[in-house]
Design a protein around this ligand. Structure first.
Ligand code: SAM
Ligand code: SF4
Ligand code: SF4
Length: 334
C-alpha cells in the first residue's frame, strides 16, 4: 500500500548512502580542511552491512518505493559494491541507479551492470583540468572521469546522466563547454544549483548560479525550449535543444524549490532514516535492526515516520535557516 505524508506526498524513491568516505574532497561537499585524515569517519561496524541494506530496501519497496539510488560519500569506494547491487536487483519492480564521481567507474562498470544495476549518474564539474582539480581538490584529471562514463555507456548503463554543480567564481566558465560536449555525446547534462547542505562548505547565496541564468547562457548559443517532466516529482526541469540535439536538466533546489513534489527518503551510511536532505535528525534503523526488530516492526516505524513528515526546507529557506543544524551531504548523499 502506498504511504503518504502530511502534505500528501507518496514515498516513491529511496537514496541509500553506502559510505561516508570519499576519494575526492570537493570544495562544496567535503572541504579538505575539515575532512582531513583525523576526521571521525564511521568504522566498518558502524555502517550498515549489505544484508541490512537489502532487508530495509525490501521493506521500503512494500511501502511503495520504486526507485533506489546508491550514493555516498563515494559509493564505489565501498568494497564489493556489486554484491549489494546483486542483492537489490533481486527485489522485483525496483529501478536501481547509482551516483558516482566516476573515478573508479571504468574498473567497476561491467561488474555493476552484470549485477543488475540499471543506470549511473556521474558527477563532473568542468572539462578543464585546472578548474576540475581545484574543485575535486585531490588533483584528479577530467580524462579519467570521461573514461568512466564511456565505459559505463559501452556496457549499457544508459542513458548516462552527468551532474554539474555550478559555483560562482569557480566553474561558470565551464557551463557552455560542458553543454557543447555532452550534447554531442548524447549524455544528459544536469546543472545543480549550489546548496547550503551541512555546515562545512561556507555556503553563501552569492555563490549560487541560478538555473534561469544557466538556461539563458546556453540558449543564447544553442536555443532551448522546456519539455514536460518524465513523472511527477522529477527534480530536474527538462529543456531540449530546439534543433533536436538532445536535452539538458536544471535542478533549482535553491531558486525554485520543489518540496511539494518531493517523494524521497534517505538512509545514511550509519543506518538512519532521513525524510529531508536538510533534516536535523534521523531515525535510527540500525539500532532497531541490531536489537532484533522484526520486519513488521521496522515497517511500522517507517510508516509512522513518513506519515508524520512535513519537511519543506527549500521552500522555507531564508537567511534564518542557513545556520540551523543539518546533516552533512557526505553522510546522506545528496
Ligand atoms: N560521490 C558521489 C558523487 O559525487 O557523485 C555521490 C555523492 S555526492 C554527495 C551526490 C551529488 O551531490 C553529486 O552530484 C554532488 O555534486 C552533489 N553535491 C554535493 N555537494 C553539493 C552542494 N553543496 N550543492 C549541490 N550539490 C552538491
Ligand atoms: Fe565526494 Fe561526491 Fe562529495 Fe565530491 S560530491 S566530495 S565526490 S561525495
Ligand atoms: Fe525534499 Fe527536503 Fe529537498 Fe524539500 S528540501 S525537496 S523536502 S529533500
Amino acid at each position: 500500500m502506498t504511504l503518504t505524508d502530511r502534505l500528501n506526498r507518496p514515498l516513491h524513491d529511496l537514496r541509500i548512502s553506502v559510505t561516508d568516505r570519499c576519494n575526492f574532497r570537493c570544495v562544496y561537499c567535503m572541504p579538505k580542511e575539515i575532512f582531513g585524515a583525523d576526521y571521525p569517519y564511521l568504522r566498518r561496524d558502524q555502517i550498515l552491512a549489505f544484508e541490512e541494506i537489502a532487508r530495509l530496501a525490501r521493506i521500503f519497496t512494500a511501502h511503495g518505493v520504486r526507485k533506489v539510488r546508491l550514493t555516498g560519500g563515494e559509493p564505489l569506494v565501498r568494497k564489493d559494491l556489486h554484491r549489494l547491487v546483486k542483492m537489490l536487483a533481486e527485489i522485483p519492480g525496483l529501478e536501481l541507479t547509482l551516483t558516482t564521481n566516476g573515478a573508479l567507474l571504468a574498473k567497476q562498470a561491467q561488474a555493476l551492470k552484470d549485477a543488475g544495476l540499471n543506470r549511473v549518474t556521474v558527477s563532473l564539474d568542468s572539462l578543464d583540468d585546472e578548474i576540475f582539480k581545484a574543485m575535486n581538490d585531490v588533483d584528479f584529471p577530467v580524462a579519467k572521469v570521461l573514461e568512466g562514463m564511456d565505459t559505463a555507456a559501452q556496457v549499457g548503463l544508459e542513458p548516462i546522466k552527468v551532474n554539474m554543480v555550478v559555483k560562482r567564481g569557480m566553474n561558470e566558465s565551464s557551463v557552455l563547454p560542458m553543454a557543447r560536449y555532452f550534447r554531442k555525446k548524447g549524455y544528459i547534462l544536469r546543472f545543480i544549483e549550489y546548496m547550503d547542505v551541512g555546515h562545512t562548505n561556507g555556503w553563501r547565496m552569492d555563490d549560487v548560479v541560478s538555473s534561469a541564468e544557466i538556461v539563458k547562457m546556453i540558449s543564447a548559443e544553442m536555443p532551448l525550449e522546456p519539455i514536460d517532466p518524465n513523472y511527477r516529482g522529477e527534480v530536474a526541469e527538462r529543456w531540449r535543444y530546439q534543433d533536436g540535439g538532445g536535452e539538458i536538466g536544471v535542478i533549482s533546489s535553491v531558486t525554485q524549490a520543489f518540496c511539494r513534489a518531493c517523494t524521497r527518503a534517505r538512509i545514511s551510511a550509519e543506518g538512519k532514516l532521513y525524510t529531508c536532505l536538510f533534516a536535523v535528525q534521523g531515525h535510527d534503523l540500525k539500532s532497531l535492526i541490531r536489537s532484533g526488530a522484526s520486519d513488521d516492526e521496522l515497517s511500522q516505524l517507517i510508516a509512522r515516520v513518513w506519515g508524520k513528515r512535513t519537511d519543506r526546507y527549500s521552500e522555507l529557506r531564508s537567511e534564518n535557516t542557513i545556520d540551523l543544524p543539518k546533516v552533512e551531504m557526505s553522510h546522506i548523499g545528496g
